[in-house]
Design a protein around this ligand. Structure first.
Ligand SMILES: [Ca+2]
Ligand SMILES: [Ca+2]
Ligand SMILES: [Ca+2]
Ligand SMILES: [Ca+2]
Length: 676
């Protein structure tokens, strides 16, 4: 009997234990990689709540393979599609969830401020905001699912290694901690070694400096299909930020079968092309041009197809970047990763709009204790004088597009958090490491890309090919050093912030490498790309401020002067002077090259009984420079009747705006000043 009871007790205990385990499993499974970020369901509710505002409209541009919507918020008032617009796109690189958080918050700030702030209401009457916070929502969900893994690709099944099986070998959480990190395997022929300043960080050994590699690095996982490759065919897919047409990374992993092949990319591109009123694009993404503006390339000027910023546009990028840096206040940003096939480059080089891109946040410089001045933060120190490190990074930027996004002929699943491809076995094609984050190892162009990155500077006097090889190796070396330094800095910062951002190396049994020591460890995914949630709101406020500043820089049309002169015999000469009072020109040089933005037009609408003596009522105007660029247009009009006629003058371009003015034909009527 007693035995029976105790058995029942045991059963009950078991049930409770299992129940508790399940509960804790469920609780764990629902946690995001960083507390305080919104998963898809929370994000949808946030957008719906913003969409209820009288200043906002919520719609979906398409539904992904994972049955999630590509949401668009339109913020403004009146006829929103008739106003010049700023397109704000977040999280084009899905592991960078910060982008979505910032875009949603900017939208919310605008509609909330509009309720109380007259200036914002006025702004919304002048400019429309299109906000697509999360264009690739499927991949973003990896942030909220264990095991955590930075994933850029959508859910299109792709047989990456062409072995007839699809998605059969992805990474595995071997130590069961819920995070996909790295594996380091002792290997006399390995190319990695511990960083001299912090042995947890793995860096490439440089044989020229008598350094010898002792480890090979892999993404945490098993060779699940026993083909002697580690993690060579993970789930998915196509990466949103590698599927666009400019510098499309043909045949590379994540690029997709062809440009704009995905529902998400197609939806966003179609939206852009069907909204000629978009004047500028702001993208939240690791590839940045607001901290380090794109520089003109000599090759760009002569070639019909531009691969670098035309020099006429470069000063505008510089100036806008200055505004951003002033508002943001951050120092020592990480290098911008390679951006082939990216949305932000497409927006400028193919869509022909001003395109600005920023990462929004990065791990600040954190000097070691012994180097630290008392109560002087590293950032402040760096801003006061140029440190050697600054100079180095400046020098690197001068000559280098720093194509961090390239694989090095290694194959396997990528670990973005650690920036390392899955296996060390050499393959014929380099793996793309799209938008790879700060890295343990770094990934560089293998020279397959002949195109010039927009970051490339002209200052090089020798032809590019001549210096290319030596420069590339120098770049590679200094960038690798910088990577190691960034990793060491990240560890210092994590420690100071008490963020558990690194899994210490720990030996495990891994049957794929018999007789070798295998350890699991490395940076946790997401934590170097996305700040703790308490920083989201302050960052959003800064970016909202920048967005408002950016809209102040857009071109502003006005009819400065109209002149009416009677020439006799019912003929009048009408002269109009149109001026751009904004900072930016009415079209960028790149816009003129692509011919995507509509040109500025002027039209004289004649009343009944009036006719033009010569010319056409509607004429294309030249591009008006910023800060007072002018154009003059003259017509000769014959008016039959005796009554004084009233004509209407219209000047417009969808992305610049429109003004109209009434002109009355009465002797010597000359007016100065513009129409509101
Ligand atoms: Ca396969
Ligand atoms: Ca696959
Ligand atoms: Ca793990
Ligand atoms: Ca395999």
């Amino acid at each position: 009997m007693q035995c029976h009871v105790s058995r029942r007790n045991l059963l009950g205990l078991l049930c409770i234990t299992v129940g508790l385990l399940l509960l804790s499993e469920a609780a764990v499974a629902d946690q995001p990689a960083i507390e305080g970020y919104a998963d898809y369901d929370a994000y949808r509710l946030q957008l719906e709540s913003i969409g209820h505002s009288e200043y906002a409209k919520l719609e979906s541009l398409g539904r992904t393979r994972g049955s999630r919507e590509v949401y668009l918020l339109t913020i403004g008032s009146g006829k929103m599609d008739d106003r010049p617009a700023l397109l704000i796109v977040g999280s084009v690189h899905p592991p960078h969830l910060l982008g979505s958080e910032l875009a949603v918050r900017i939208a919310r700030h605008l509609v909330e401020q509009a309720k109380t702030d007259q200036a914002v209401r006025k702004l919304l009457e002048r400019v429309t905001f299109y906000v697509i916070p999360r264009p690739a929502p499927d991949a973003c969900e990896a942030f909220f699912r264990r095991p955590y893994l930075e994933r850029s690709e959508n859910e299109r099944p792709i047989d990456d290694d062409r072995d007839g099986a699809t998605d059969e070998d992805g990474p595995d959480d071997l130590d069961g901690d819920g995070w996909i990190t790295m594996m380091r395997v002792t290997d006399p022929a390995g190319s990695y070694m511990p960083h001299p300043d912090d042995a947890r960080v793995m860096v490439k050994a440089d044989p020229q400096r008598d350094q010898q590699g002792r480890f090979s690095l892999y993404v945490e996982g098993r060779d699940n299909d026993a083909d002697e490759e580690q993690g060579e065919d993970p789930p998915g897919g196509v990466a949103f930020n590698r599927n666009f047409t400019f510098r499309y990374p043909f045949y590379e992993r994540g690029a997709g079968p062809h440009q704009i092949s995905e529902v998400e990319t197609r939806a966003v591109a179609d939206f852009a092309f069907s909204h000629p009123n978009i004047a500028a694009v702001l993208t939240f993404t690791p590839e940045d041009n607001l901290m380090s503006p794109w520089k003109p390339g000599a090759s760009a000027e002569a070639k019909p197809i531009k691969t670098a910023v035309p020099s006429a546009d470069a000063p505008y990028f510089d100036f806008v970047a200055e505004q951003y840096r002033e508002v943001h206040g951050g120092k020592n940003p990480p290098e911008s990763p390679e951006a082939r096939g990216s949305f932000s480059e497409w927006a400028y080089f193919h869509y022909g709009r001003w395109s600005f891109a920023c990462r929004g946040w990065w791990i600040p410089q954190d000097k070691p204790e012994d180097e630290k001045g008392k109560a002087q933060p590293a950032d402040e120190k760096a801003s006061k004088g140029e440190s050697a490190e600054d100079k180095l990074s400046e020098a690197v930027r001068e000559v280098s597009p720093l194509p961090l996004g390239e694989g090095q002929g290694v194959r396997g699943w990528r670990n973005h958090a650690n920036g390392i491809d899955g296996s060390a076995s050499a393959g014929p094609h380099p793996n793309p490491l799209p938008e790879g984050e700060g890295t343990v190892a770094s990934h560089f162009s293998d020279g397959l890309s002949e195109e010039v990155s927009p970051e490339k500077k002209t200052s090089d006097e020798k032809p590019a090919e001549e210096k290319s090889a030596e420069r590339k190796s120098a770049e590679k070396k200094s960038a690798e050093e910088k990577q190691g330094a960034e990793d060491v800095n990240a560890l210092r910062w994590f420690a100071r912030q008490k963020i558990d951002g690194f899994v210490d190396w720990k030996q495990i049994a891994q049957p794929d490498f018999p007789q070798r020591k295998v350890e699991v460890g490395g940076f946790r995914p997401f934590l170097r790309l996305n700040p703790p949630a308490d920083q989201l709101e302050p960052l959003a406020e800064k970016h909202c401020q920048f967005v408002r500043r950016l809209t102040e820089l857009l071109p502003r049309l006005a009819v400065q002067q109209t002149k009416v002169e009677p020439l006799g015999q019912h003929v009048w000469r009408i002269t109009a002077v149109v001026v751009n009072r904004g900072y930016l020109p009415t079209e960028s040089q790149m816009g003129r090259t692509t011919r995507e933005p509509h040109p500025l037009q002027i039209q004289l609408e004649l009343p009944e009984g009036a006719s033009l003596v010569t010319g056409h009522p509607r004429v294309e105007l030249p591009v008006l420079a910023g800060h007072g660029g002018k154009a003059e247009q003259t017509w000769l009009v014959r008016v039959a009747g005796a009554e004084p006629a009233v004509l209407r003058l219209r000047v417009w371009s969808p992305s610049v705006g429109r003004v109209t003015k009434r002109i009355k034909l009465a002797a010597s009527s000359e007016t100065k000043g513009e129409t509101p």
